[in-house]
Design a protein around this ligand. Structure first.
Ligand code: EPU
Length: 460
């Protein structure tokens, strides 16, 4: 396991390239199960989650030629005999659930492990299952697995509204399932995320008949067969937003290339309200921060509202804005694991239910931190860049699941982030760089009356 040592206080500047979208690539890769013809995919990011999906597809009889160094992948489902997605593969990544719809559409049966718990809160799949049952799938949950089969799928109308809005991967699953169903399926309250549109565009290239992409009503006229396609995955809007905030939080000037500004409207709106200037061209964006930041009041929501996947990063920025910011998390109401770690850097944040109140502009100082999930990791790196001194961030495997070498991208922009192997359990911590910070607060002046005992413990 690696950790990061981050030296804060550097203004970032320069040009960075945005990689392909993780959350678009994963359901698109799962869609390879829908045909026995080859899918050629480009702009695939080189990420742990992509490798997890490749391992699962391999288990499901999809042969592959992968060159992730050049972001290219060819997938061909030439062995349709397998339909089991085991816990061991699914537990590594929730998006594994995206194979459920394609398996049922093409192979008419699926045994897929339930994805299980997650650091960002409870994540049920009841809407996926409700939709599949409406299409005619006979399903039950047994010993942690969804066990499902159908003689054929039949189109119908399915409403995907849940208590916290629609479902992104649920829409992907049902979109895939409906492409090969008999008759017409109408999905209402469907997700409008760019990643869903990207999947829909791939399916159309494969021969699917889909209307309404980008709206909350999708109409799918079932076809009997899907075929080969070549598709370039969209740029990752969450990586782009993270890099824009990296520019803003360090008071720098960062230009992003290969980015889709039209996918980032709510993010640009929030950053502009906070006092940043964002210039856009067809495929590039530049952020500058000239003045003091302003506090922000916003709520996350399904696209086109502000993305939950950028909530933690924006909170890191809000810690620098004088005054009170308020961030309401409506998609994953418990997604606040980063709060206590930001507080360790010196931020003042109160959490009340699904709302965080940030009292901005307090000086932040580097500290030892622990990453809890993918986007929280990104937020802690951003906050560390804006802090004085050194931060040691552990458990960055969360970050590597969804950002392609974010440390290298930030270092190209002038950040000072060193990736080192974390100390194995049986080695002394002094053997790694940054151990000073992990070992204890020797830099603190001891309060009167406190002395070190012979064993090195503090006695009062
Ligand atoms: N929900 C239900 N029932 C369901 C499905 C979802 O109640 O059957 C609820 C969830 O608990 C949540 C809300 O609906 O409160 C939205 O969940 P959704 O299903 O849309 O999330 P997801 O599809 O599991 C995707 C992304 C997430 C992103 C969310 C929201 C992928 C692989 N994952 O998850 O990305 O946060 O949509 O935009 O596309 C990330 O990349 O860090 C990440 C977590």
């Amino acid at each position: 396991m690696d950790l990061f040592i981050i030296q804060g206080g550097t203004r970032l500047g320069g040009v960075a390239r945005v990689h392909g979208s993780k959350n678009a690539a994963l359901p698109i890769m799962a869609a390879s199960i829908l045909t026995d013809a080859p899918l050629t995919l480009t702009n695939i990011p080189d990420l742990a989650d992509i490798r997890s999906m490749l391992a699962l597809l391999d288990r499901l009889g999809v042969s592959m030629s992968a060159n992730l160094a050049s972001s290219r992948l060819t997938l061909q489902a030439d062995d349709p005999s397998s339909f089991i997605a085991p816990y061991d593969l699914v537990r590594k990544m929730r998006a594994s659930i995206c194979v459920l719809g394609p398996l049922l559409a093409k192979r008419k049966k699926a045994i897929v492990s339930l994805p299980g718990g997650c650091a960002i809160g409870h994540r049920p799949i009841d809407l996926h299952l409700k939709g599949l049952a409406a299409l005619g799938v006979d399903l039950r949950i047994e010993r942690g697995y969804v066990i499902a089969q159908a003689e054929h799928l039949t189109g119908t109308t399915i409403d995907l509204a849940g208590p916290n809005g629609t479902t992104v991967t649920g829409t992907c699953n049902l979109l895939c399932a409906a492409t090969l169903a008999k008759g017409t399926t109408v999905l209402t309250s469907a997700a409008r995320e760019p990643e869903v549109i990207d999947l829909g565009e791939l399916l159309i290239k494969m021969g699917a008949k889909i209307e309404g992409l980008g709206t909350s009503t999708l109409t799918i006229h079932g076809v009997t067969e899907l075929g080969a396609a070549t598709h370039e995955v969209i740029p990752d809007r969450i990586e782009a937003a993270t890099l824009l905030i990296a520019g803003a939080i360090t008071g720098g000037e960062v230009t992003l290339e290969t980015v889709r500004a039209d996918h980032l409207t709510s993010v640009v709106d929030a950053l502009t309200r906070m006092g940043c200037t964002v210039q856009k061209t067809h495929r590039s964006m530049t952020i500058r921060t000239f003045e003091k930041l302003s506090p922000i009041d916003l709520a996350t929501g399904p696209y086109p509202a502000f993305p939950t996947d950028v909530q933690a990063q924006l909170m890191a920025l809000a810690t620098l804005a004088p005054g009170k910011s308020r961030i309401v998390e409506t998609v994953f109401p418990d997604r606040f694991m980063h709060v206590s770690e930001l507080v360790r850097l010196g931020a003042q944040i109160e959490q009340h239910g699904n709302t965080a109140i940030i009292n901005g502009c307090r000086p932040m100082n580097g500290a030892p931190l622990m990453a809890s999930d993918l986007r929280a990791s990104a937020a802690l790196i951003l906050a560390a860049l804006a802090s004085q001194g050194e931060t040691v961030l552990r458990r960055i495997y969360h970050l590597d699941r969804g950002y392609q070498r974010l440390d290298e991208t930030l270092n190209q922009l002038g950040a000072k982030i060193t990736r080192v192997a974390d100390v194995p359990e049986n080695l002394p911590e002094e053997s790694i760089p940054g151990s000073d910070l992990l070992a204890g607060p020797h830099w603190l002046t001891k309060p009167a009356g406190v002395s070190e005992s012979a064993e090195g413990r503090t006695s009062l």
